[in-house]
Design a protein around this ligand. Structure first.
Ligand code: HH2
Length: 260
């Protein structure tokens, strides 16, 4: 059974859903709607990590994320879990205090926070910062390097007391389309490590490149079919969780492939 994590970005600038859920009541409403559509986890983020995104201050991110997590926890009342997608320790701590039970950590460095809060921890592979990460997209064997990095982090986190660890290859983070496709093709390699694998493919640039071209990728709003196909591929490769914007379509597809 593949879990569906619904993306809830409370940001003005996320590449797909930026600017839609800035008001915390509207954001919590969208979170509940995604749960009704089949999401198992709602992933709340207050900072875009798209390539070239500019950082936000800690105060700003706290102000975006915490009220939404609180309101969502109140409205969901245990019907689904909440994760917080952040690179900042104080935001992670405040969100876990406010009702999130998973730390979605694209920096793969905050496992002590997860251990302390007895929360789940998603370790995602990336290099550098969103502003410069694409200049670091150089690997001799992307599949082996990402796998080794994630396994090392996962083992460290587990030995430091994190009881629920996920690993995520970080599609699009310091990776070209060729790297993303190699990681997708070899997702079963990562699954074979025994750590539960999470993956975010939804509406990402490589989907647009395949539907269009590298020079002219199909825009994010035209990447639904490719995103669902990629999610189905990942489910068949044995991933434990897919992180998506289109919860209903993905949950329906998951039922059809028998993964859910
Ligand atoms: N991708 C994004 C953000 N967080 N977390 C995990 N674990 N895996 C991912 O692949 C991943 C992630 C980027 O997507 P999105 O949140 O939609 O966009 P933005 O960074 O512009 O807010």
């Amino acid at each position: 059974m593949t879990l569906v994590m619904g993306v809830l970005n409370v940001t003005p600038d996320s590449f797909y859903d930026g600017g839609r859920w800035e008001d915390h009541e509207a954001a919590a409403g969208r979170g509940c709607e995604m749960v009704d559509e089949g999401a198992d986890i709602i992933d709340v983020g207050g900072e875009s990590t798209r390539p070239g995104a500019l950082p936000v201050t800690e105060a700003e991110e706290l102000g975006r994320v915490v009220p939404v997590v609180k309101e969502l926890a109140r409205r969901l009342d245990g019907r689904a879990r909440i994760s917080v997608d952040t690179r900042k320790r104080p935001v992670a701590e405040a969100a876990l205090e406010a009702g999130a039970t998973i730390l979605n950590d694209v920096s793969a460095s905050m496992w002590p926070v997860a251990a302390e809060a007895e929360a789940g921890w998603v370790a995602m592979h990336m290099r550098g910062e969103p502003s410069d990460m694409m200049s670091l997209a150089q690997y001799s064997d992307v599949v082996a390097e990402v796998k080794a990095y994630l396994v090392e982090r996962a083992e460290q986190a587990a030995s430091d007391g994190v009881g629920e660890v996920w690993v995520d290859p970080g599609i699009g983070f310091a990776k070209t389309t060729v790297h993303n496709l190699a990681l997708l093709a070899h997702l079963d390699d990562l699954v074979g490590t025994g750590w539960p694998v999470a993956v975010g493919l939804s509406r990402k640039r490589f989907v647009g490149v395949l539907a269009g071209s590298d020079e002219k990728p199909a825009p994010a709003k035209e990447r639904l079919e490719g995103s669902i196909s990629a999610a189905v591929w990942a489910m068949l490769k044995g991933v434990a969780m897919v992180r998506v914007h289109d919860v209903k379509a993905t949950a329906d597809a998951a039922k059809l492939v028998g993964a859910k």
